[in-house]
Design a protein around this ligand. Structure first.
Ligand SMILES: [Fe+2]
Ligand SMILES: [Fe+2]
Length: 361
């Protein structure tokens, strides 16, 4: 017998001292035994000592063995303990009833010791196997959770990196995209969006300008004002982005495409590329429109200083009902403190050129 089985705890529940003596002498050398002579004591011991198996006589005073079994199975702390009924010969109805109540086996009296030992051994082995399996499942669940979280983080990082590639020529630090994710999620939450929408917008918003990859340098990097033709080319970053993100069923990619296409639409219909107005503009497009402008205003660019948040909030307010959805503007202005915290927390780090050079050797 294995060491694990040898240290198993068995609770014997029998009202007859003679039967208890037989069981103790048969099992005492192999297992750790405890004894109860009525149902109440059996339930108390099962809860306190957590035995690995219970031998339960049917005929007990006050509370019979069936009732004890029912109570054991109803209590989550004792329900998994295997119960073997001890029955008098010929009680076949009792046996069936016992199985219905959740017993795993029965042993008929008078006991035949080798049979008793064999059955106990089988059920203890089964119980050990089940415990091991449950442990393995728990471990597996933890691993799956960790892997899922890792995949989620990697997916987001890939989105940031690819979106950053598109913005690299005119806005190279990538922190704009991180701020935008957080600003959008906060605004979506402030206007009552569910968890799924908030996460989708958090992950999809960095892809809003991915279409800039298709805009020629002469237009994208032109220092002065764009002429009419150049401006038309610039506007195509929305449709190029939607095209890049088209043709896949995943909600994240579809939302990314929708954001790319609609983040320059305006509430009053004066935006581009389609001139959509009000609720014809998808919710995600309206959210990104506000947050993208707010972040652009509060960021330093080669051609302008960073605006103070108060001034940027005023600008957003002044565009309520013109560029932006008035309800979203209200929600945005209600979480001013959170928005300021986000732009402060994700500031562009200075590039560590020496460290960067060291990693190349
Ligand atoms: Fe854009
Ligand atoms: Fe942007």
């Amino acid at each position: 017998m294995s060491e694990t089985l040898r240290s198993s705890k068995i609770l014997i529940v029998d009202a007859s001292k003679a039967n208890i003596d037989i069981l103790v002498s048969a099992l005492g050398k192999e297992y750790k035994l405890s004894v109860a002579m009525d149902g109440g004591a059996a339930l108390a011991q099962a809860k306190q000592n957590a035995p690995d198996l219970i031998l339960l006589d049917v005929m007990l005073p006050v509370m019979d063995g069936f009732e004890v079994c029912e109570k054991l199975k109803a209590d989550p702390t004792t329900s998994a303990i295997p119960v073997i009924f001890l029955t008098a010969l010929g009680e076949s109805d009792s046996v069936i009833h016992g199985f219905h109540l959740g017993a795993v086996d029965y042993i008929a009296k008078p006991f035949r010791i080798p049979e008793l030992n064999a059955r106990i051994h089988t059920h203890l082995s089964l119980r050990n196997a089940m415990i091991e399996l449950a442990d393995q499942n728990r471990l597996l669940e933890i691993r799956v959770k960790e892997r899922t979280e890792e995949l989620r983080e990697t997916r987001l990082e890939v989105i940031y990196r690819l979106s950053r590639a598109a913005e690299y020529r005119d806005n190279d630090t990538g922190m704009h995209l991180k701020r935008l994710s957080h600003l959008c999620r906060t605004l979506a939450a402030a206007c009552g969006s569910d968890e799924e929408t908030r996460e989708i917008i958090f992950n999809a918003s960095p892809m809003h300008d991915i279409g800039k990859i298709g805009i020629p340098d002469a237009v994208l990097l032109k220092p002065g004002k764009l002429n009419e033709e150049e401006w038309k080319i610039m506007q195509t970053h929305t449709t190029i982005g939607a095209e890049i993100l088209s043709g896949h069923d995943s909600l994240l990619i579809r939302m990314g495409g929708m954001i790319a296409l609609t983040h320059h639409e305006k509430w009053d219909g004066s935006g581009y590329p389609q001139g959509l107005s009000e609720y014809r503009i998808p919710f995600v497009g309206r959210v990104v429109a506000i947050c993208d402008v707010f972040d652009a205003l509060t960021s330093k660019r080669p051609y302008k200083e960073a605006w103070k948040p108060a001034l940027a909030f005023e600008e957003i307010w002044s565009e309520s009902g013109a560029a932006f959805d008035p309800k979203l503007v209200d929600c945005f202005l209600k979480c001013r403190t959170d928005m300021i915290t986000i732009i402060k927390n994700f500031q562009d780090p200075p590039v560590q050129w020496e460290q960067l050079a060291a990693t190349l050797h």
